[in-house]
Ligand binder design. Structure first.
Ligand code: ATP
Length: 449
């Protein structure tokens, strides 16, 4: 890590030897760090209550609370905070034991300044900068500049009631961000209701969203309240909006314009007061160009667009999230929190995370479950990364083509209102060719709308 990247990193320096404290502070500040000093473990804990630090450098031998006791306190209160311990020559505890306890580095006094700078730079490279205050008010764990900027926008947007479209790859935290928008809105006391439009078959989605009357169709054995009504006075999160069938897109647009819904089989309109946050991993302008998404609906939903970066573009969040997930498991299972060795953490930070935060969460769950002691090894992390990656099998080119062709025919038929001749025209194919495609993919034309 370069000196420029250290700018702003906040170091808490603890030593009861005041002259050494001053000297070390000047040295560390000369490298571009911000240094806060204090003379006891208790004072350090007090400072940590109201300030965020990125690393702690502490003396081992101190009266009342020594460096190890301070470290134990820090470990339970701030597990992601790296601790560098300084000690007089000859009193270094067994290095293996020290690493097991999660101490980032042991330095002998008199401290070699290059060794100190190396340890600090490495600690901040691996652990990144501390989570920011802004992220604490939502459930979003982050210290990434891009994410903190997004959270600032969320704070501003929350109370405005405008529709927000979140774009980002799978597992980047779209639902969590949608929930943060809700938390910052005036309707935060109201319900937050989420639906994945891609996971519900088209024919069911309409009644899921708008509800239905008993007997409106076969299987409608009683009145059903739709999600719009369930979200009344709150927020409705429409995940994977790009997968919504075209006929429903028309209905949704009408709802957004009229601010009323009509459950299937109902005669009367019901007024609704619901804020819409939607999300997609698809490129909607492309879907519009391919006539798979309505442009007018896009502009209604996309009053403001928030883009969630993939995890590999905010690597500074990896260690924070990994420790957060490990701590959450410990809390859930009522166990002691398991810690990663420096090498294990480095392996996580270097990884590319195609499945983003959800994948990181899976890997952490896996390694925590397979670690008998308290320290998670690099070997275990590497094997979890390998097995996890091989689970995400890419489609073969042939399968991808088949999938695309099938979706294309279905969407074209939808646009043609289920009329095969019209569909063939839109696809610029003759009718018998288009029929062959319908047969090849086993598409039920009668139920296409
Ligand atoms: N910054 C974060 N801090 C803590 N947990 C997070 C964060 N981002 C995501 N998660 C967790 O990761 C998991 C995936 O997040 P989420 O469901 O919000 O992603 P998504 O983008 O909506 O995924 P998909 O596109 O697959 O629906 C969830 O368990 C969520 O709580």
């Amino acid at each position: 890590m370069s000196t420029e990247q250290n700018q702003g990193a906040r170091i808490l320096l603890v030593d009861d030897d005041t002259s050494l404290l001053k000297l070390l502070a000047i040295r560390i500040e000369s490298k571009g760090y911000q240094v806060t000093t204090c003379e006891s473990g208790m004072a350090a804990l007090q400072l940590l209550k109201n300030n965020v630090f990125d690393a702690v450098v502490t003396d081992l031998r101190m009266d009342e609370m020594d460096g190890m006791a301070l470290h134990r306190q820090l470990q339970s209160r701030y597990p992601a905070l790296p601790v560098i311990m300084m000690t007089a020559h000859g009193s270094i505890p067994d290095a293996v034991e020290a690493t097991k306890q999660g101490i980032f580095a042991f330095l002998t006094k008199p401290v070699d300044k290059d060794e100190l700078f190396d340890s600090l730079a490495k600690a901040i490279e691996i652990h990144g900068l501390g989570a920011d205050e802004n992220s604490k008010s939502s459930n979003i764990v982050t210290r990434s500049g891009a994410m903190l900027h997004l959270l600032e926008q969320v704070k501003l947007l929350g109370p405005t009631h405008v529709n927000v479209l979140i774009s980002g790859a799978s597992g980047t935290g779209k639902e969590l961000l949608a929930n943060a928008i809700h938390q910052y809105s005036h309707a935060s006391e109201g319900p937050f209701v989420a639906i994945n439009c891609g996971a519900v078959p088209g024919e069911l989605l309409e009644s899921e969203l708008f509800g239905h009357k008993k007997g409106a169709f076969t299987g409608a054995v009683k009145d059903h309240q739709g999600l719009f009504q369930q979200a009344q006075g709150g927020t409705l999160f429409l995940d994977e909006i790009g997968d919504m069938p075209l006929n429903l897109q028309v209905k949704l647009l009408r709802v957004l314009q009229e601010k009323t819904i009509r459950p299937v089989g109902f005669q009367e309109e019901i007024p609704i007061d619901v804020r819409i946050v939607s999300a997609t991993h698809k490129n909607l302008p492309d879907a519009i160009a391919n006539q798979q998404f309505r442009e007018d609906l896009y502009y209604r939903l996309n009053v403001v667009n928030l883009k969630l970066p993939p995890l590999r573009e905010r690597r500074e969040d990896v260690s924070l999230l990994a420790q957060y997930f490990s701590a959450s498991i410990a809390k859930r299972m009522n166990q002691k929190e398991k810690r990663f060795t420096n090498d294990a953490m480095h392996a996580l930070v270097r990884h590319d995370w195609p499945g983003n935060i959800r994948q990181l969460q899976n890997v952490v769950e896996q390694v925590v479950a397979l670690t008998p002691g308290e320290v998670i090894s690099v070997q275990l992390v590497e094997s979890a990364l390998n097995s996890n990656e091989s689970n995400i099998e890419p489609l073969s080119l042939n399968d991808a083509k088949k999938e695309f062709e099938r979706d294309y025919v279905i969407n074209t038929l939808k646009m043609a209102g289920g009329n095969v001749a019209e569909g063939a025209k839109l696809a610029k194919r003759n009718r018998s060719d288009f029929y062959k495609l319908i047969k090849k993919h086993n598409i039920d034309v009668d139920n296409i709308i």
